[in-house]
Design a protein around this ligand. Structure first.
Ligand code: AFP
Length: 319
């Protein structure tokens, strides 16, 4: 069984990129330990303030953000960081060659009910004489050199791509390291399982409503086959299920906030997940374009997300 360091050493990734990935994943092991202490560590519940998204911050949102921020700002290969929990980018070492954007704890509404949460990260190569700015981060997702997430579930798992496919690693808690457990993830082109927050149905576009009602009609309707539904309420959990057994995940535009393209954030949720899904043979689109082709306009930009089984994504877009 190969550990992460061995897999990275045998990849075509430059040493500096390997270092940034290792610092990130080692910090996630520490986040995992903090999460597993749960209420015993007095770190559940809300922190009593809001982030730039206007969302209530949980204590662990801030704790995990600070753990990643401290570790990455002290890594000489990091040029700057961006985080869901940071209003602006944070410059690190101007001579560093890698930008990293992350959601330190995705699915934080699940923390207090001991349900799935995870850390999502996206890495770009960038060099410059001056310190990095927000503009440095605004690169289309296709330019990511690495993307991944750590899922804090029954077992702690790292899912990673450096552009040569998508791989899964499982944390060995005795050795305190991630061990390769799936060397080539593949998402089947068809599926009978969908993920969407049904409580938003009346706010969806007519096309989304028709698509989902056809899924629910199953064998009695135009799809002529039954579908199952799952909703983890943490993107990491839904995407992990799709990478493991297929499916389609949809967080569409809705009229609850009509001038917002979607709920999920492009730079540190949609783009890294799109890379992992595409590297596993799936598709990741908004209602109108491939996610990895989007030219970002801001580090906290939101997009609609339709990702997973290639043929099912095409079917959804055909509506
Ligand atoms: P939180 O981090 O605020 O829990 O949001 C998680 C998330 O961004 C994404 O991980 C989920 O897929 C989605 O929001 C869940 O949204 P709903 O709460 O509307 O179901």
């Amino acid at each position: 069984m190969h550990n992460l360091a061995h897999v990275l050493a045998n990849s075509s990734s430059p040493d500096a990129l390997q270092k940034v990935i290792s610092v990130t994943t080692d910090t996630c092991i520490d986040i995992c330990k903090a999460l597993h202490k749960g209420s015993l560590a007095g770190i559940l519940g809300v922190a009593g303030n809001e982030n730039v998204q206007g969302e209530e911050q949980k204590k662990l949102d801030i704790i995990s953000n600070n753990m990643l921020k401290n570790a990455l700002l002290n890594c000489s290969d990091v040029r700057a960081i961006a985080s869901e929990e940071e209003d602006d980018i944070v410059p690190a070492n101007t001579q560093g060659q890698y930008l990293i954007a992350f959601d330190p704890l995705d699915g934080s509404s699940n923390i207090d009910i001991n349900a799935m949460v995870g850390t999502i990260f996206s890495i770009y190569h960038d060099v410059g004489e001056q310190a990095a700015t927000e503009q440095s981060f605004l690169k289309p997702g296709i330019e990511q050199v690495a993307a991944g997430y750590v899922l804090y579930g029954p077992s702690c798992m790292l899912v990673l791509s450096t552009g040569q496919g998508t791989q899964m690693f499982t944390l060995d808690p005795e050795k305190n390291e991630f061990v390769l457990t799936q060397s080539k993830v593949e998402v089947a082109a068809d599926t009978q399982e969908f993920a969407i927050n049904m409580s938003n149905q009346r706010f969806w576009s007519a096309a989304t409503q028709t698509y989902v009602s056809d899924l629910v009609a199953g064998a009695t309707g135009t799809r002529e086959k039954d579908f199952n539904m799952r909703w983890v309420a943490a993107m990491v959990g839904d995407v992990h299920r799709i990478l493991c057994r297929g499916g389609i995940f949809i967080y569409p535009w809705d009229s609850k906030t009509p001038n917002r393209a979607g709920k999920l954030r492009l730079m540190y949720e949609a783009n890294p997940m799109a890379m992992l899904i595409e590297q596993a043979g799936g598709k990741a689109h908004t209602h109108t374009q491939r996610i990895l082709d989007i030219q970002p306009e801001g580090i906290h930009q939101r997009v609609a997300v339709i990702l997973g089984a290639a043929n099912e994504v095409d079917k959804c877009l055909s509506y």
